[in-house]
Design a protein around this ligand. Structure first.
Ligand code: NAD
Length: 496
């Protein structure tokens, strides 16, 4: 058996063991007998050391000209491109999703690095006229300070990159705590940042649990901003801690996303989009489609088409390029999904296929679950309201577009939505009335591109967005500057 590598924290430019001396195992969810790496079970002492390093590195990094910061991030992109395949394979082994999707996850980090590196030569502010003569008004961006990045396991490289790269180009220093199910991809990204020339202390990584690392990190008095992605339950804990300390925080949280299929839709196209949205990443995307709301005139035909395709999905180890769906992330998540399937049956929904763990055929050592389809789901059932985060799709009937929009919006979340229709009026009505941060027309709920804002309304977020140029709003503070070159005391708003 190959020796399991022990992978360390990255603090102040050095790779260090935790002060606890303990490690935890990162296992392959498709085959639990494979341990991918042993990571540091860190403590608040390690967190303190990392934050102190980030605080000490801040003055020099924020005074490094932004174009130079951008050039280092451009090199990060170049290295990611060269190592894409290896990084994707590492990710499939630690997270389970199929290799095509982990290549996409790395590609998102590449896109983010190329796009955001250019901000080093922009970081645009405003110049506006003054109401007085001989006076110049402008606004400039300043870094916020030390950023704590706390990330989930479902996009192990893309999500860390969405935080680190904009934070760094803006002149902040960072401590990242990745999810304990997928620390390897963050480790790989941090190593690449080191290789690209990010100076010691500017970027630090501490691995370990939410309680032992996440909490002391967000509570550290020298952390100025917490950038969190994860569940709404954890996000509300983060919000409460940060609010008490008057700290800035941005939250990207859960979803219960719906696709509307109208009676004029191209049903073949809609089936493909629904399958991709519901079963891609084994349903473990914040933007996954877990409700499909279908016009009553076509629901029978559509459900039959969807059922046929769902039954034929190939489930297995994601490193096998023929597979269409990998395992769930861990046993706890698999039990949660199973429990929701039982709840669906008890609530009176009709189980069309799936609803059970997959074993046999070489899959018994992984957390595999059947692609699951429920029909006759009513909008108030728990399976139609709560985030399951697994391959479980509910088919709900609607009378017309208004009814479909009403069902879609009847959710505590507001991340992504989609509509399949050939009618331009219906499409624009949906864009206007769906209460979500993202809406797709004739496409699935997943597949965001990094050059547009990403995030959601209601329980999905706290008004911030990641990606695009708006990410700069999270990672910078505005300074308004007034330059009076009149040589006299000029008073704005005051009549003399
Ligand atoms: P999670 O909330 O359990 O964990 C997220 C991160 O927070 C992990 O690093 C975890 O260790 C840490 N954490 C846990 N408890 C903490 C605490 N008390 N204090 C500080 N940190 C703590 O979420 P998860 O299970 O890793 O991810 C799945 C969730 O993430 C789903 O709800 C999904 O919808 C959401 N998600 C949202 C987006 C988005 O952009 N909106 C993207 C991906 C995932």
């Amino acid at each position: 058996m190959a020796k399991v590598p022990v992978l360390k924290n990255y603090i102040n430019g050095s790779w260090k063991s935790s002060s606890s001396g303990d490690t935890f195992d990162n296992v392959n969810p498709a085959n639990t007998s494979e341990v991918i790496g042993r990571f540091q079970q860190s403590t608040c002492k390690d967190v303190d050391e990392a934050v102190e390093a980030a605080a000490a590195a801040l003055p020099k990094w924020k005074n490094t000209p932004a174009p130079q910061r951008g050039e280092i991030l451009f090199r990060v992109a170049e290295i990611l491109v060269k190592r894409k395949e290896q990084l994707a394979q590492d990710m499939t082994r630690e997270m389970g999703k199929i290799i095509k999707e982990t290549r996409g996850d790395v590609q998102e980090a590449i896109d983010m690095a190329y796009y955001t590196a250019g901000e080093g030569r922009r970081l645009l502010g405003e110049t506006v006229p003054s109401e007085l003569n001989n006076k110049f008004n402008m606004s400039v961006r300043m870094p916020v300070g030390v950023v704590a990045a706390i990330t989930p396991w479902n996009f192990p490289m893309a999500i860390p990159s969405w935080k680190l790269i904009p934070a760094l180009v803006c002149g902040n220093t960072v401590v990242i705590k990745p999810a304990s199910d997928t620390p390897l991809s963050s480790y790989n990204l941090v190593r690449i940042c080191e290789e690209a020339g990010i100076p010691p202390g500017v970027l630090n990584m501490v691995t370990g649990s939410g309680r032992n690392v996440g909490t002391p990190l967000m509570d550290h008095p020298k952390v100025n901003l917490v950038s969190f992605t994860g569940s709404t339950d954890t996000g509300s804990i983060v919000a409460a801690h940060c609010a008490k300390q008057m700290k800035q925080y941005s939250l990207e949280m859960g979803g219960k996303n719906a696709i509307i299929v109208m009676d004029d839709a191209d049903l073949n196209l809609a089936v493909e989009g629904v399958l991709w949205g519901a079963f891609g990443t084994t349903g473990q995307r914040c933007t996954a489609c877990s409700r499909v709301i279908v016009h009553k005139k076509v629901i029978k035909k559509f459900s039959n088409m969807l059922l046929r395709r769902t039954k034929n999905l190939k489930v297995g180890n994601g490193l096998n390029g023929k597979m269409e769906m990998g395992p769930l992330i861990n046993e706890e998540q698999r039990q949660k999904v199973l429990n929701y399937c039982n709840i669906g049956v008890e609530e009176g929904a009709k189980l069309l296929t799936g609803g059970a763990c997959v074993s046999g055929k070489g899959l018994s050592k992984g957390f595999f679950f059947e692609p699951t389809l429920f029909a006759d789901v009513s909008p108030k059932m728990r399976i139609a309201q709560e985030e399951i985060f697994g391959p479980v799709l509910s088919v709900i009937s609607c009378r017309n577009l208004d009814h479909a929009i009403q069902i879609t919006n009847d959710s505590k979340y507001g991340l992504s939505s989609a509509i399949y229709t050939q009618n331009v009026n219906s499409a624009f009505k949906a864009i206007e009335n769906l209460d979500t941060g993202i809406t797709y027309i004739n496409s699935s709920t997943i597949g965001a591109e990094i050059q547009l804002p990403f995030g959601g309304t209601k329980g999905t977020g706290n008004g911030h967005r990641e990606a695009g140029t708006v990410a700069l709003e999270t990672f910078t503070e505005w300074k308004s500057v007034y330059i009076d070159y009149s040589g006299t005391l000029q008073k704005a708003q005051i009549e003399e």
